[in-house]
Write a protein that binds this ligand. Structure first.
Ligand code: NAP
Ligand code: MG
Length: 493
């Protein structure tokens, strides 16, 4: 039997595909088949050094930051166009590397990445300064300049989309970037690097360095040449990054976890609420920072809601993510699968009722069935900790104030939802919930034009997307020009 050699991927540094200094490599695996799919160069400290130096060169020579906004916008538009032409193959890449159902990868991940590139392409020539008439004896104005070198560190759950959420606005602002994807899902970030080169991005403006978080990631966050760390990932690593950045101090943006409350009142459209709540927790196998993992339902409709949610869960098609009718793919890794199964066991032990699922549903691949727990108390482990899997905790409540208090009783603050037919209550509750985003009578939407992020604690700080991201990647510079007084006319002629 002949075994086919795995495709090999190199690092993108300074506009060239290079081997790592120590010739280190790792293998990336398809989580649905457990089979290796590519050998990827593993960046270590020496490679991070080269990548930061390349980013610095592109900044200092003005190769990128010196382009005017319209030129930067054109290149970002070209990146979006190439990505659109190759949408199918990129969706397939996310499907085999991250285990995403191909339909979702196409409609969600890649579509959102293209939209994000186009949106920030539009921003590139509209990053204005302002003239502030502070004094009569001066012309005073404020410029927006690129922050400098951005270290973008992203997780495995939306590998391409999360990378583009940082890379697109950073490039639009004239920053240069060193991108470290998660070691579990490096392929779409390398593809993004390839697209950038083909679109004409100058060498060094975007460098892509896959590697382990504790090695490549750590070297990157410790590098004194990095001006801003843009991170999406776990609260533990987020805290470590903030501590490390304090040595600069340097700017950080932290998009971390969630344990989002989804509050269903007695007057809600229960069918719509159950449908959206099911996708709110089962989409991407629950590996979503804003997964609606705590569903609070008014006692009067509680049993009916649980029945509907279980019916929705039972209709989900778990299996090969490359098959067009699959709606639930595997989790990302064996570790992650085991972690989720341990949480399910913990839920049982702490007295919640397992209303649906709880198993793996498949012998090969890192699958977990869509799982519904009823009779959950907000103090149970499955209601406190981020499971990052397809596990819903349904919790009863009786009063509006009680629902708000329970929803806000969490270390997370990323997103929340409220379902009601009462428009006053909808806004009242939306205002009272501590969250960066609140959905009313829907769940889970994000849009490039709208800011996205947490309100502190385990959800992190700062906002991606929208105009907020332009502030993330620009520094304000005040310019003060003295206006000399008119010399008095001489009189001794
Ligand atoms: P993670 O371990 O924090 O990893 C995220 C990224 O950080 C990966 O690229 C990882 O590299 C890297 N990393 C790990 N240790 C590092 C270190 N010491 N220094 C620098 N970088 C380091 O998180 P995860 O478990 O992969 O991702 C899941 C988490 O991300 C969840 O908590 C989820 O809620 C959160 N998340 C949040 C959002 C949001 O928008 N707020 C979006 C998606 C995910 P390796 O993986 O290669 O080791
Ligand atoms: Mg993989």
């Amino acid at each position: 039997m002949t075994t086919l050699a795995l495709p090999r991927c190199q690092l993108l540094i300074g506009g060239r595909w290079l081997d790592p200094e120590e010739r280190t490599r790792f293998v990336t695996v398809n989580p649905a088949t457990e089979q290796p799919i590519a050998e990827v160069s593993e960046a270590r400290a020496a490679d991070i050094e080269r990548a930061v130096a390349a980013a610095r060169k592109a900044l200092q020579t003005g190769a990128w930051s010196g382009c005017n906004g319209a030129q930067r916008g054109r290149i970002l538009h070209r990146m979006a166009a190439i990505m659109s032409e190759e949408l199918e193959s990129i969706a397939l890449l996310e499907c085999v590397d991250a285990g995403k159902p191909v339909l979702a990868a196409r409609r969600q991940d890649v579509a959102a990445a293209i939209d994000c590139l186009e949106y920030y392409a539009g921003w590139a020539d509209k990053i204005d300064g302002i003239v502030v008439p502070a004094r009569n004896d001066a012309l005073t104005y404020v410029r927006r300049e690129p922050v400098g070198i951005v270290a973008a560190i992203v997780p495995w759950n939306f590998p391409l989309m999360n990378a583009v959420w940082k890379v697109a606005p950073a490039l639009a602002c004239g920053c240069t970037v060193v991108l470290k994807p998660a070691e579990l899902t490096p392929l779409s970030a390398l593809k993004l690097g390839d697209i950038a080169l083909r679109a004409g991005l100058p060498p060094g403006a975007l460098n892509v360095v896959p590697g382990y978080g504790s090695v490549a990631g750590q070297a990157l966050i410790e590098h004194p040449g990095v001006d801003k760390i843009a991170f999406t990932g776990s609260p533990a690593v987020g805290r470590l990054i903030m501590r490390t950045a304090a040595s600069g101090p340097r700017r950080v943006g932290l998009e971390l976890g969630g344990k989002s409350p989804n509050v269903v009142f007695e007057d809600a459209d229960l069918d719509a609420a159950a449908r959206a709540s099911a996708s709110g927790i089962f989409f991407n196998a629950g590996q979503v920072c804003s997964a609606g993992s705590r569903i609070f339902v008014h006692r009067a409709r509680y049993d009916e809601f649980v029945d509907r949610l279980v019916r929705r869960a039972s209709r989900i098609r778990l299996g090969d993510p490359c098959a067009p009718d699959t709606t639930l793919g595997p989790l990302i890794s064996r570790d992650q699968q085991q972690r989720v199964l341990d949480y399910i066991e913990r839920g049982r032990q702490e007295g919640a009722t397992l209303a649906h699922g709880g198993g793996t549903g498949c012998d090969t691949g890192y699958f977990v069935e869509p799982t519904v727990f009823a009779d959950v108390d907000n103090d149970m482990t499955i209601a406190r900790q981020e499971i990052f899997g397809p596990v819903a905790a349904v919790i009863p409540f009786e009063e509006e104030a009680e629902a708000v208090a329970l929803a806000n009783d969490s270390s997370y603050s990323l997103a929340a939802a409220v379902w009601t037919a009462d428009v006053s209550r909808a806004h009242r509750v939306a205002h009272a919930l501590r969250a960066g985003t609140v959905w009313i009578n829907t769940y889970g939407h994000t849009d490039t034009r709208l800011p996205w992020g947490g309100c502190g604690g385990d959800s992190g700080i700062g906002r991606d997307l929208g105009s907020a991201a332009i502030e993330n990647y620009t520094e304000l510079k005040t310019v003060w020009l003295h206006l000399a007084a008119r010399r008095a006319a001489t009189t001794d002629a």
